[in-house]
Design a protein around this ligand. Structure first.
Ligand code: TMP
Ligand code: ASP
Length: 239
């Protein structure tokens, strides 16, 4: 209770991380900055920081209740949240239910194909290399995680998919794909970290198939602010 913000530890593309008065707790602060294509495209989505903060916290609390351990501790303000201090496992974990984005491009298929079963892939989280695709064997060879950690990460990622798909279906949204990051606490526990927001998920309206996520920014479709607000409005229940 009463976490105090101390010195800045790190600034990423969408968030800043600060130390707190507790050694095992840090404070994340969400920015309105938006980037795409490994930082090549830069812009602002006004209000996104506050939306992503509140949406991530809402979803993490519900996932935690359903048995997925997360880094979430306490929402401090519109844009700031106290989270457990973790070392981030340098793997971006991507789950897909419907073809889109780099999957459609890489395998030469149209967007919108509904898969019989979800897929999982890892990218090596390394901006200098452009986050290359990587498999379990490569991750082990590079000592990015142990086999046990990779197995646990996969188990949690599929649990998150089942739960998140359900949460989104309740509000008329198809969960197309999303990216997760996991962290390791001081005592070695693997927990869900980072964020779950329209920055990190593809969310399509189930009826109109309208894109309600960062693809509006990536692809210059316009209306990114309105799309983020729409997801937030539906999620918070004032339909
Ligand atoms: P992709 O189709 O470009 O590989 O993206 C898959 C999902 O991962 C999509 O929901 C957007 C999300 N994502 C991120 O959150 N950060 C990233 O850097 C990338 C490339 C994708
Ligand atoms: N945020 C990522 C970047 O700037 C990419 C993305 O979400 O498309 O590289």
């Amino acid at each position: 209770m009463g976490y105090e913000k101390k010195e800045q530890l790190y600034e990423g593309k969408a968030k800043k991380v600060y130390a707190s008065n507790e050694a095992n707790v840090v404070i994340v602060s969400y920015k309105d900055d938006a980037t795409a294509f490994n930082g090549l495209k830069k812009g602002t989505i006004t209000g996104k920081g506050a939306i992503n903060n509140r949406m991530t916290n809402n979803l993490m609390r519900r996932l935690e209740q359903k048995g997925v351990p997360t880094h979430y501790v306490e929402e401090l303000s519109e844009r700031e949240t106290a989270v457990k201090k973790v070392s981030i496992v340098p793997l971006e974990v991507i789950i897909r239910n419907i073809s889109a984005g780099s999957f459609a491009k890489r395998y030469g298929v149209e967007e919108g194909i509904v898969f019989d079963a979800p897929t999982i892939e890892f990218s090596y989280k390394n901006d200098d290399l452009g986050d290359p695709l990587i498999n379990d064997y490569h991750a082990l060879a590079l000592k990015l995680a142990t086999q046990e950690e990779i197995d646990l990460i996969k188990k949690y990622a599929f649990m998150v998919n089942d739960l998140l798909k359900g949460f989104m279906k309740e509000i008329g949204i198809d969960l197309v794909d999303f990216k997760l990051e996991f962290g390791k606490t001081a005592d070695g526990q693997i927990v869900l970290a980072d964020e779950i927001s329209p920055d990190t998920c593809r969310l399509w309206d189930e009826k109109t198939h309208e894109k309600l996520d960062k693809d509006r920014f990536r692809r210059d479709l316009g209306g990114a602010e309105e799309a983020y607000e729409e997801v937030m409005r539906r999620l918070m229940g004032d339909k």
